[in-house]
Write a protein that binds this ligand. Structure first.
Ligand SMILES: [Zn+2]
Length: 294
């Protein structure tokens, strides 16, 4: 374990800064160049990610399950224009606001193939699109739903950062439930995301970090980085700060669903289920079922 890498990768190098706005749950994440990303809190624990191009004053939202936090932000920032709405999947807490936002802003709605009304553009795996001036790769990640997409925005320059907007597929220290696809699909979707650069910032759609780390600490009790991350996350939540974005590097160290090859996790899964498990997929299947009932 390298404490310095842990600390610097999350809390220092990425220059996360929290600026209380009208809603104390709205946080500003400052990137180093022409972009800022804000987390607009919605419902109990959703985040609607707002990407702002500070040169053009155009902005993009991802998964606006509720229009009100977005409309409120636009009312408070009248010199900004909402130009794009991106959807990762069709669950109501990710799409509920698009009708109102379409009517009030006429933003372009880009979404997966299924179920989305008011859609202007259907997105496909490996398609490249422009988000607020940032080139973005669409990655199909079926499992949570069959239509689930993730959006990877590679850094524009050495000072810029890689972003991943992964909806309900990858969470901080966890992953989404497998609602429509198979365990195998979800496992392979997570493997696809594991191929991204370690310093990719992970913008998941829910604040589930403390709950996920409580589970991770049961599955892998000797992983001190999990315990440290849990303590840090509890502190952040007590201060009403969000725990995202994460980095892929930190997820690789602390997220049990990305660590199914680990002997410690395999042993814990085998103990839980009472028999040996022959593959990382079988380990994934076991800990996903275990988490469902945790
Ligand atoms: Zn969902």
């Amino acid at each position: 374990m390298n404490q310095n890498i842990y600390n610097s990768s999350i809390w220092q190098n990425n220059k996360i800064s929290y600026q209380n706005k009208v809603n104390p749950l709205i946080k500003t994440y400052e990137t180093k160049l022409m972009f800022e990303i804000e987390a607009l809190a919605a419902f109990k624990d959703n985040y609607i990610w707002l990407i702002k191009n500070i040169e053009t004053h155009q902005c993009v939202v991802i998964d606006p399950g509720d229009a009100l936090p977005v409309l409120h932000w636009l009312e408070q920032h009248t010199n900004w224009q909402l130009v794009d709405i991106l959807i990762t999947h069709h669950h109501a807490d990710h799409i509920g606001g698009i009708n109102s936002l379409k009517v009030q802003t006429n933003a372009l709605i880009s979404a997966p193939d299924n179920f989305i009304i008011h859609k202007d553009r259907t997105l496909k795996h490996n398609q490249f699109i422009n988000i607020a001036g940032k080139n973005t790769q669409v990655i199909a990640v079926p499992g949570h739903t069959l239509d689930h997409l993730a959006f990877f925005c590679p850094a524009n320059s050495i000072q810029d950062q890689n972003w991943l907007f992964c909806g309900d597929t990858l969470f901080a220290a966890g992953c989404g439930r497998v609602c429509e696809g198979s365990m195998e699909q979800m496992y392979h979707s997570l493997q696809l995301l594991l191929n991204l650069p370690d310093n990719t910032l992970i913008f998941a759609a829910h604040e589930y970090t403390v709950s996920n780390l409580n589970f991770a600490s049961i599955v892998e009790p000797d992983n001190q980085l999990i315990q440290q991350r849990l303590n840090d996350s509890i502190k952040l939540r007590k201060q009403q700060k969000n725990t995202l974005p994460s980095t892929l590097y930190l997820e690789k160290q602390t997220n049990p669903f990305l660590r199914c090859h680990s002997p410690a996790i395999k042993a814990a899964a085998e103990k839980h289920v009472g028999h040996s498990l022959s593959s990382a997929l079988a380990v994934f299947n076991t800990i996903r079922e275990w988490k469902n009932n945790f």
